[in-house]
Design a protein around this ligand. Sequence first.
Ligand SMILES: Nc1ncnc2c1ncn2[C@@H]1O[C@H](COP(=O)(O)OP(=O)(O)OP(=O)(O)O)[C@@H](O)[C@H]1O
Length: 247
Amino acid sequence: MTAASAVALDVEGLSHAFGPRAVLRDVGFTLTPGDFTVLLGLNGAGKTTLFALVTRLYHSRDGRIAVFGHDLRQQPSAALAAMGVVFQQPTLDLDLTVQQNLAYHASLHGMAGSRARLRIGEELERVGLADRRHSRVRQLSGGQRRRVELARALVHDPALLLLDEPTVGLDIESRRFLIDHVRHLCRERGLAVLWATHLIDEADDTAKVIVLHHGQVLDQGPVPQVAERAGAGTLRAAFDRLTGGGR
Ligand SMILES: Nc1ncnc2c1ncn2[C@@H]1O[C@H](COP(=O)(O)OP(=O)(O)OP(=O)(O)O)[C@@H](O)[C@H]1O
């Protein structure tokens, strides 16, 4: 592995505007394998726009994005193959079974036959849904559907996982499961994770955090360091100080 490819996600000088309205300004950060990094920002901070740029739904003229050393503009296939994504809006087909949803995704990543079946089984097992493999998604609860989306994002064995507000609408138990599972994957598989949320308590003291506000990174680093730099005892207090109380 080269030095450049040891960085899972490298974002440099990224800016984006909708017409005259700048929504991301000179955003930069890096994720390394095993990092659980919370992208923390209020509604409208620019989190989803950032995800759209990293997943190549939008294109930016300014800045650079690289995934394990693959520049998103020059080597998009290699960059996208190395990432798994759970988007903010659910994207499962409700009338297909869990297996069918995941098999379609696997085939988009060039996986078929017994290899795909094996990987689908493994990921469903990990999220505790092996017995729902042949259920229609419509029959599953909101929390179970989110778990299926997580299994789908991981079926092609990406080393970088992006999740945009993954716990919105989930009850406490489902939320806990999702966070614990993803954190376990960081430790166990060395997965690099970018977890976008407006919920401060999803970043505990062992996480890294990027504070995004009005399209700008106000601070970033391990949670205790960010709190200390802001002269605050907790991330919540640090966030309030950095953002001027969210204004
Ligand atoms: N397609 C678009 N056209 C114009 N403005 C947009 C578009 N998409 C987003 N915006 C604006 O860009 C800013 C950033 O929005 P974005 O959805 O990226 O924020 P967010 O942090 O993900 O917030 P939320 O949690 O509410 O989704 C907002 O002010 C939003 O109104």
